[in-house]
Ligand binder design. Structure first.
Ligand SMILES: Cc1ncc(C[n+]2csc(CCOP(=O)(O)OP(=O)(O)O)c2C)c(N)n1
Length: 348
């Protein structure tokens, strides 16, 4: 496993770290992502968001895409990757529009080069490969970073995306955030290969296992994979060893499938504390820097609270409005049933 900074923030022997200014920017992004996760989780608890799948603990994986991708590249995120979307420069309120329960993703994917967050597991990996391959056929040097979880690697779509990308040398980097659980399903019920990165051998592409809580290692590994894809070298499968500290979503009770001790173990590997220790220890992160970063994070959190302070009444019939251009007979029947029930309820 590639690791450049150990859990205390000390460099591994012989480690070539990214330049200090890059680490400092990485730390700023980690603090923003952590605050984003905390604020979004609080909004979900208050009923201001319909749901929030938090990436607390996985922030290093979330923010590194923003540092390794160029403006012309594409990010393909899942429902877990709101912090990655925000890190890419999408307005935080627009980012959470989908989690608020709206029918659209809240931002312009073409403008930001960020696909809508995918809820169906792994389907977006095929879209990512298609976008990468199309860009290549047009002679562009665009790279696509496609995110997914460990559970998604058991889907047929994951296999098809990896195989197609490898055969056609599509400019795609697959980043699997192995956070150890697919809701309640642990890794040993998901896969018995030596690692998820090892699956790359079967597709004929490089596979790299990296410490997903070590921003320096992630930046180095993903940076190299992006350069390789841009230079026509084809895809790379990167597995990031990380952990979801929060429940799967606000509707999950993780106490039913994992121990408090296990969570404690991973709290000690926190990606923020590790990088902070390194930066403080080398004198690169002064008190004033910390204050500035935390003030920026608070401004972002205030903006999120303001953005979701109002509850806009929803029309229940909207459920049927954007499914098909021409609604099916079943949908028309269901809409009539709902209308009748709501009218009867109002009358009683
Ligand atoms: C095709 C499909 N099957 C099932 C689900 C239901 N589902 C939602 S999240 C989830 C677990 C996914 O785990 P993983 O890929 O490890 O990602 P994580 O949530 O841990 O980030 C499942 C099975 C789904 N969204 N899509």
């Amino acid at each position: 496993m590639v690791r450049l900074l150990d859990e205390s923030g000390a460099p591994a022997p012989g480690a070539e770290l990214p330049p200090p200014d890059d680490l400092l920017d990485g730390y700023r992004r980690l603090v923003l992502a952590r605050r984003f996760n905390e604020q979004a989780s609080a909004l979900a608890r208050q009923g201001r968001l319909a749901v929030y799948p938090s990436s607390r603990g996985q922030e290093a994986c979330q923010v590194v895409g923003a540092r390794v991708l160029a403006a012309r590249d594409w990010l393909f995120p899942t429902y877990r990757d709101s912090a990655a979307v925000a890190a890419r420069g999408v307005d935080p309120v627009e980012t959470l529009t989908l989690m608020h329960g709206d029918r659209h993703c809240g931002y312009d994917p073409g403008l930001h080069r960020v696909a809508p967050q995918a809820t169906p597991l792994a389907t977006h990996l095929l879209h990512a490969v298609g976008v990468g391959q199309a860009a290549r056929m047009r002679g562009e040097d665009t790279v696509v970073l496609a995110l997914c979880g460990d559970g998604a690697t058991s889907e047929g779509d994951f296999h098809e995306a990896c195989n197609f990308a490898a055969v056609f040398a599509a400019p795609v980097v697959f980043l699997v955030q192995n956070n150890k659980y697919a809701i309640s399903v642990p890794m040993d019920r998901q896969c018995v290969a030596p690692s998820l990165a090892a699956k790359a051998v079967g597709y004929g592409m490089p596979g790299v296992l990296v410490d997903g809580n070590d921003l320096a290692a992630l930046e180095t590994v993903l940076g190299a994979a992006v350069r390789r894809a841009r230079d026509g070298g084809g895809p790379t499968l990167v597995e990031a060893d990380t952990y979801r500290l929060d429940p799967h979503t606000n509707a999950d009770d993780p106490g039913r499938y994992r121990s408090a001790e296990e969570v404690e173990t991973w709290l000690a590997r926190d990606p923020l504390a590790r990088l902070r220790n390194r930066l403080r220890g080398t004198g690169r992160l002064a008190d004033a820097d910390e204050e500035r970063v935390h003030a920026e994070a608070e401004r972002m959190a205030t903006r999120l609270r303001a953005g979701f302070a109002e509850t806009v009444p929803a029309d229940p019939e909207d459920l049927f409005a954007h499914v098909y251009a021409v609604p099916t007979t079943q949908l028309i029947e269901q809409r009539a049933l709902l209308r009748a029930e709501l009218t009867a309820e109002e009358a009683s």
